[in-house]
Design a binder for this molecule. Structure first.
Ligand SMILES: *[C@@H]1O[C@H](CO)[C@@H](O)[C@H](O)[C@H]1NC(C)=O
Ligand SMILES: *[C@@H]1O[C@H](CO)[C@@H](O)[C@H](O)[C@H]1NC(C)=O
Ligand SMILES: *[C@@H]1O[C@H](CO)[C@@H](O)[C@H](O)[C@H]1NC(C)=O
Ligand SMILES: *[C@@H]1O[C@H](CO)[C@@H](O)[C@H](O)[C@H]1NC(C)=O
Ligand SMILES: *[C@@H]1O[C@H](CO)[C@@H](O)[C@H](O)[C@H]1NC(C)=O
Length: 265
């Protein structure tokens, strides 16, 4: 009776001596970079009984597995080939973290960290979210007689917030096109702002809220009025020179005639 009482009081605590935990339940993984899915367990002295399995929750695909003191990758999902590793030297400390090299869009999802050793068995769940930093926006400017068009193109993930600001930080109207490039796991963004004047001072702003990315690219276009003034001055000087030349030729002609007349007399 006393034992039963003791069990009710402390049983849970005794069972809970073996634990598998993930320090961060949500991991933000960035395209092309490695991701470390943290997982800890109550370590025992005997590594020979240790079994670690990393598995996708949605479809039970094997991401990585380890037993008999080595990686066992026969049943690994091909999408993860050559991209996963454990920190083998940290296993005795209870570190079952998984490293996935060069993150891809389809790495996003839920992962089970399942650990088994002589102290017990347990598992924990971690969510991986995928994001891609927007690439340096490519600017192109199209000018015609009625105004000009500024266009930026870039790729990233997820959908961004786009704002065009005027000289006094006022919102400008703009055109935005978003294409879903499913294969690459990127959104292709094209945004256009039009201006009627030849002088513009606007700022293209793109925010990827998931990754705290905030791109601001100012576009400043002026045209140098002095250069047209120079042309006018040069034209004016040229016409004065022409007029002087013509006057000179006429004067010479008249002078010559006068000379001829006086020599005839
Ligand atoms: C496990 O070890 C790796 C490599 O030393 C380290 O980066 C990671 O933070 C460790 N994770 C935990 C949960 O201790
Ligand atoms: C993994 O790497 C090996 C050798 O480096 C290579 O032969 C194999 O094709 C790679 N597998 C995948 C799926 O990339
Ligand atoms: C100038 O381009 C705009 C679009 O950017 C177009 O609507 C307009 O018709 C064009 N004007 C001329 C004169 O080509
Ligand atoms: C453009 O506008 C910003 C303020 O929005 C100002 O600081 C900057 O000097 C302006 N540039 C030019 C060339 O007028
Ligand atoms: C401009 O638009 C953004 C969102 O589109 C809004 O958050 C901001 O308050 C607006 N700014 C002004 C000055 O209207």
């Amino acid at each position: 009776m006393l034992w039963l009482f003791m069990y009710i009081l402390f049983g849970d605590a005794l069972v809970a001596t073996f634990e598998v935990i993930v320090p961060n339940k949500h991991l933000l993984a960035i395209r092309g970079r490695p991701a470390v899915l943290g997982c800890e367990f109550t370590s025992g002295p005997d590594l020979s009984s240790l079994v670690i399995t990393w598995q996708r929750q949605e479809d039970s695909r094997v991401v990585h597995s380890f037993y008999y003191q080595q990686d066992q990758l026969d049943r690994q999902c091909p999408k993860y080939h050559n991209r996963t590793s454990l920190y083998v030297s940290e296993l005795h400390k209870g570190n079952a973290s998984l490293k996935i090299a060069s993150v891809r869009p389809k790495d996003a999802g839920w992962y089970f960290c399942i650990v088994n050793n002589d102290k017990g068995t347990g598992r924990a769940l971690i969510e991986v979210t995928y994001g891609a930093l927007y690439s340096e926006p490519r600017l192109s400017i199209h000018v015609n007689s009625s105004g000009l068009k500024m266009q930026f193109e870039t790729e990233g993930f997820p959908k961004p917030e786009v704002i065009w600001l005027g000289e006094h930080n006022q919102n400008l109207s703009y055109y935005l096109e978003i294409h879903d490039q499913i294969e690459d796991g990127l959104y292709f963004i094209k945004s256009i702002c039009e201006a009627q004047k030849a002088v513009v001072n606007v700022t293209f702003t793109l925010k990827n809220h998931l990754l705290n990315q905030n791109l601001q690219r100012p576009v400043c276009l002026t045209y140098d009025e002095d250069s047209t003034d120079h042309v006018i001055i040069v034209l004016a000087v040229l016409s004065v020179v022409c007029i002087l030349l013509v006057i000179g030729i006429i004067w010479l002609a008249v002078h010559k005639q006068n000379k001829e007349r006086s020599s005839l007399r």
